[in-house]
Design a protein around this ligand. Structure first.
Ligand SMILES: Cc1cc2nc3c(=O)[nH]c(=O)nc-3n(C[C@H](O)[C@H](O)[C@H](O)COP(=O)(O)OP(=O)(O)OC[C@H]3O[C@@H](n4cnc5c(N)ncnc54)[C@H](O)[C@@H]3O)c2cc1C
Length: 438
């Protein structure tokens, strides 16, 4: 390690974390960030190239999972084994491939506490070993905690894949599935279950009069979401809460009886709760500076609240931030770019002896949302609702956006890495045969 080499720690290596890392690498080399079709559009300023850093930083990525997971595709990835395999990319592979020529280290562990004054984080590994990392700058990109089966609860790919295999086998056998919660996640999941496992009757139960009621979106948008969901063949029960769920024996074997607040009972084979957001993954931070769901109340430079110790050296990006608009992967990536721009500006200023550099500001995000509902998708552009198969193609593409996501985050698809590995192995085996002949 070079002397005076700044150390930047990123906690959470998904949309916000990897975008931060990629942007730090680009900007510290003096190059400009690529501008592309990211949504919402980034402010232009931080992406103008400036002098690179004399002391190139080293980076540590800390994540409790052993790979990046494409959460945007979760309604598909959680129920379809082939997509599950494609949506989880091992960090060891990412470091060896995307960051082969960079000073990047991956640590597999869960952040457990943080000493802002000493700038040391404590983490725990799967076998409860405790480790510590000291750093110069830190970016928290740990997102929101959600329950299974909406996102993986497993921390390693093999366990995750076997859970999805079980879910898939179950959905192949079941005949009726009740999905509880008509937010964006419940809608997308209901439509995907209906599409991927048409043997099932799918019923979405929602406690309010309109779907996606919690998001600041126009009423027409919410009504259109219902219309598109009904087209998939999903049944929708609005203004109904699930009061009770009981195992019962029927002539067809063991089933589940669900009682709704309106008095109706539904006999089904599986119940999935989709409204399982449990607050931000920020328990490792000391109290203070967080909102009621644990999101960090950063300043508009995305630095920690001014009263926190060493506030200027601590940043946050993505879903873990308390911000306007709807929490989305595009916004998370843009916040990562702004954190990176500001950290590089601060490092450059320190090299130049400039004590008052101008930092970039994260703009407020307008509420917007793209929803994939079966074969169609819908979105909001300039206040206008767009929907249809071509919106699906444009907003998501195959695998609920996996290809666009990998491109933006500079990641190589799992299949390509595997085929490279197979070729290398067969070359190695071939070399062995030649050597044996000689
Ligand atoms: C089912 C579903 C569908 C969605 N669909 C869309 C969509 O269509 N379009 C869209 O724009 N957005 C969508 N979203 C929202 C989008 O997924 C989030 O906005 C995005 O994932 C936020 O990115 P992030 O990097 O901030 O957090 P995350 O993607 O949640 O990543 C957080 C990372 O931090 C790690 N982590 C957490 N806690 C710790 C800890 N203590 N220590 C170490 N590591 C930790 C996690 O393992 C993870 O890798 C969807 C979300 C869900 C759940």
């Amino acid at each position: 390690m070079a002397q005076n080499q700044p150390h930047i720690l990123i906690v959470g290596g998904a949309y916000a974390g990897l975008s931060t890392l990629n942007s730090l690498i680009t900007l510290s080399s003096g190059a400009a960030l690529p501008t592309g079709p990211v949504s919402p559009p980034p402010p232009p300023e931080p992406f103008v190239s400036a002098r690179g850093l004399r002391n190139k930083p080293r980076y540590t990525l800390l994540d409790e999972r052993d790979g990046f997971y494409h959460t945007v595709g979760a309604p598909l990835g959680q129920i379809t084994p082939s997509y599950a395999k494609e949506f989880w990319l091992s960090y060891d592979d990412i470091v060896a491939d995307t960051y082969a020529n960079e000073d990047v280290k991956f640590v597999h562990g869960s952040a457990s506490s943080l000493d802002l004054e000493k700038k040391i984080i404590e983490y725990k590994t799967a076998d409860s070993t405790v480790g510590h990392i000291s750093y110069d700058y830190m970016v928290v990109a740990t997102g929101m905690r959600r329950g299974a089966p909406i996102v993986p609860l497993e921390f390693d790919k093999q366990s995750f894949l076997s859970t999805v295999d079980k879910m898939s086998a179950e959905l192949t056998r079941t005949r009726k599935v009740v999905i509880v919660g008509g937010g964006a996640v419940g809608i997308e999941l209901a439509a995907k279950v209906k599409m991927e496992y048409p043997n099932n009757e799918v019923i979405l139960v929602h406690s309010r009069e309109t779907l996606i009621n919690a998001e600041p979106l126009p009423q027409e948008y919410k009504a259109k979401a219902l219309e598109l969901l009904l087209i998939t063949g999903t049944h929708v029960k609005l203004s109904q809460r699930v009061l009770k769920e009981e195992q019962i024996q029927t002539v067809d074997g063991a089933r589940i009886q669900v009682t709704l607040s309106g008095g109706e009972t539904i006999i089904c084979d599986k119940v999935i709760y989709s409204a399982v957001q449990k607050g931000a993954n920020t328990e490792f931070l000391a109290q203070g500076g967080r909102d009621e769901i644990g999101c960090i109340q950063v300043r508009d430079t995305l630095q920690f609240p001014a009263l926190a110790p060493n506030a200027d050296f601590h940043f946050a990006a993505g879903d873990a931030v308390s911000w306007s608009g709807v929490k989305r992967s595009g916004g998370a990536q843009n916040m990562g770019r702004i954190c990176a721009a500001n950290i590089v500006t601060l490092l450059r200023a320190a090299e130049d002896g400039n004590s008052n550099p101008e930092l970039e500001i994260c703009p407020p995000f307008q509420p917007t949302m793209s929803l994939a509902i079966g074969e169609q998708a819908m979105g909001l552009r300039g206040g206008e609702i767009r929907f249809g198969k071509e919106v699906m193609e444009r907003a998501f593409g195959r695998g609920l956006g996996i290809e666009g996501t990998l491109k933006k985050l500079r990641l190589t698809p799992v299949a390509e890495l595997e085929s490279r590995r197979t070729q290398e192995k067969s070359k190695g085996a071939g070399a062995g045969v030649v050597a044996a002949h000689i």
